[in-house]
Design a protein around this ligand. Structure first.
Ligand SMILES: [Zn+2]
Length: 153
């Protein structure tokens, strides 16, 4: 018997078969963008500090999933996410969010807005699908808009 063939190749670990037997296997990737902007929130209790105009260095994290990898082994090429960065830079960076958005600029609503923009403008041109967008105003906080499963396009 050929000595090589009765041994699994070094790159196929024993756990692989077990892992791949799961029906809901998927890979996830994330990319982080950031921008600086001002905002204030209305409808808060008197004296709430967020009612006053102030600024944040926002972080936007986009999370994508894919059941199958493409190319050398990508969910999608990170470079293909560039349009989201361009949208953020062009429309949100160094802006007053109350002026440029037509909804109260909380992190939650901002995450939803960016998810909608991404699904409409980026997702049709990439592999993988959007799972969530997470927006942070500070390093200690985040708000996430999770996107449900959609039929493959
Ligand atoms: Zn704020």
């Amino acid at each position: 018997m050929d000595e090589v063939s009765d041994q699994a190749p070094a790159h196929t670990l024993p756990a692989r078969e077990l892992i791949e037997s799961e029906s809901d296997v998927s890979f996830r990737i994330g990319k982080r963008f950031s921008f600086d902007a001002a905002h204030h929130l209305v409808g808060l209790r008197a004296g709430h500090k967020c009612a006053r105009p102030h600024g944040h260095t926002y972080t936007v994290e986009v999370v994508l999933a894919g059941e199958e990898l493409v190319g050398p082994g990508f969910v999608t090429d990170f470079g293909d996410l560039k349009p989201l960065g361009e949208y953020i830079d062009g429309h949100l960076d160094h802006r007053d969010l109350n002026e440029v958005l037509d909804f109260p600029p909380t992190s939650e609503r901002l995450a939803q807005h960016l998810a909608e923009w991404f699904v409409e403008n980026v997702e049709p041109n990439i592999d993988g699908r959007l799972v969530a967008i997470r927006v942070s105003e500070t390093p200690a906080t985040w708000a996430e808009f999770a996107v449900g499963e959609r039929p493959a396009s």
